[in-house]
Write a protein that binds this ligand. Structure first.
Ligand code: GLY
Length: 360
C-alpha cells in the first residue's frame, strides 16, 4: 500500500492507495480519529459492490455504523438531498464526533463533504472514491459543493477530509467509458506538471486499458501527488490552484451547452484540453506539436476528441457565466510545453474563436 500525505497544517491528511484494502477502513480510521459513530453515504449499486466489506471492518474496529443511501446521478448534488440526509442524521442522533464516509464517485464525495462541512458547524469525513475521476481529482483537496438550478457547484465550502482511501479493485467494475473519462483527468496532470507521466501514458496505453495494477497504481499515485502539491501551495484557489482547471473553461461550456446530457465530465474535459492547447498555439504559448500530441494520446485511449457543433458566440457567452472567469475577463490556463502551464488573464475573444475553429 502507498501512503501520500497532504500537508495543510492541522488539516493535513493521508491518501492511502492499495489493493483490497476496503475491509481495513475501520483500522485506518482508528489510527487517526475517535468517532462516536460512522455513517456511510453511498449509492445503492456501490453499496451492493463494496458496502459489506467496509461495514464489517467498521464493526470489527468497534464502531457503530449506519448507511444512508442516496439516488444515483448529478440530481443528488442538491440542497434538497442534503436536507434529507441531515434529517436522517438527526434521527440517528449523530453528534459532532460522528464521522461521515463518502463511498462512491464525485457526486457522493461532493455532497458528503458539503454535509460534513455544515452539519452542526462541521464534522469529520473520509473519502473512499470508487471512480478513477474521483480518485485522482474530487476526493483530494477539500472542494465540496451542491448545485444550484443556475449553476453547477454554486453552493459550497472548502472542507478537507481526514483521510482518502483509494482501492484499485474498485476500478474493475467501473464502466469502461467512465474509466476512460477519468483517464482524461490523469492526462491533464501530465500536461500541467509532469511530462514523464504523459510519456508513460503514451507508452502504456494497452496495459492501462486492461487495468494493469502496477500501471494504475503509478498513474493514480502520481496524479494525487501532483494535486496534493498544488493544493498545499494554494488551498483556497487564490491563483496557483487554477492550473488544475486546465481545459475546464472550454469543457464546462460544452457541458452547459449540451445540457449535461451528451458528455461525461471527463469527456468534455478531453475536448476542452485540446481547445485550450490550440488556444495556447494562437497566443504564441506553444507550437502545434502540443495540441497534436494531446489529441493523439486521447485518441489512443479512444476518448472522444471532436467538439459538438456549437456556435463560438454561445461558447464565449457561456464562458462569461462560468464561475471560473472573474470580472468579465477571459482567463485561461495555457500550455507552454507538455508538463508546464501558465495562467493568462485577459485572453482576446478572437483567439478563443480561432481555437474553437481548429477543433471541428
Ligand atoms: N478540480 C479542481 C480542484 O480541485 O481544484
Amino acid at each position: 500500500m502507498k501512503r501520500l500525505n497532504i500537508d495543510l497544517d492541522e488539516r493535513s491528511y493521508d491518501i492511502l492507495i492499495g489493493q483490497n484494502i476496503l475491509s481495513q477502513v475501520g483500522e485506518f480510521i482508528s489510527k487517526r480519529l475517535e468517532p462516536s459513530r460512522s455513517i456511510i453515504i453511498t449509492h445503492p449499486s456501490v453499496r451492493n459492490l463494496f458496502g459489506e466489506k467496509i461495514e464489517s471492518g467498521l464493526v470489527n474496529a468497534g464502531y457503530a455504523s449506519g448507511v444512508i443511501v442516496i439516488p444515483e446521478g448529478e440530481i443528488s448534488k442538491s440542497l434538497q438531498q442534503a436536507e434529507l440526509v441531515y434529517d436522517r442524521m438527526l434521527e440517528m442522533n449523530c453528534d459532532r464526533k460522528s464521522t461521515l464516509i463518502a463511498l462512491g464517485g464525485g457526486v457522493v464525495g461532493d455532497l458528503t463533504g458539503f454535509i460534513a462541512a455544515t452539519y452542526q458547524r462541521g464534522i469529520p469525513f473520509i473519502q473512499i472514491p470508487t471512480t478513477l475521476l474521483s480518485q485522482v481529482d474530487s476526493s483530494v483537496g477539500g472542494k465540496t459543493a451542491v448545485n444550484h438550478p443556475r449553476g453547477k457547484n454554486m453552493i459550497g465550502v472548502f472542507h478537507q477530509p481526514k483521510l482518502v482511501v483509494v482501492d484499485l479493485d474498485t476500478l474493475q467494475t467501473l464502466p469502461k467509458n467512465e474509466f476512460k473519462a477519468g483517464l482524461a483527468e490523469v492526462i491533464k496532470y501530465g500536461i500541467i506538471a509532469d511530462e514523464k507521466l504523459f510519456t508513460f501514458l503514451e507508452n502504456n496505453t494497452k496495459e492501462i486499458l486492461s487495468l494493469n495494477r502496477d500501471c494504475l497504481e503509478y498513474i493514480i499515485e502520481t496524479s494525487c501527488a501532483i494535486k496534493a502539491k498544488v493544493v498545499e501551495k494554494d488551498e483556497r484557489e487564490s491563483r496557483h490552484r487554477m492550473i488544475l482547471n486546465f481545459g475546464h473553461t472550454f469543457g464546462h461550456s460544452i457541458e452547459t451547452l449540451t445540457n449535461y446530457t451528451q458528455y461525461l465530465h471527463g469527456e468534455a474535459l478531453a475536448i476542452g484540453m485540446i481547445q485550450a492547447a490550440w488556444l495556447s498555439v494562437e497566443t504564441g504559448e506553444c507550437s502545434e506539436n502540443v495540441p497534436i500530441r494531446i489529441t493523439n494520446l486521447l485518441k489512443k485511449f479512444n476518448i472522444p476528441v471532436h467538439s459538438p457543433n456549437l456556435k463560438s458566440e454561445d461558447v464565449i457567452s457561456s464562458m462569461h457565466h462560468d464561475k471560473k472567469t472573474t470580472h468579465n475577463k477571459l482567463r485561461f490556463v495555457l500550455v507552454k510545453n507538455i508538463g508546464s502551464v501558465e495562467i493568462v488573464d485577459d485572453v482576446p475573444e478572437l483567439a478563443v474563436k480561432a481555437a474553437l475553429n481548429k477543433n471541428h
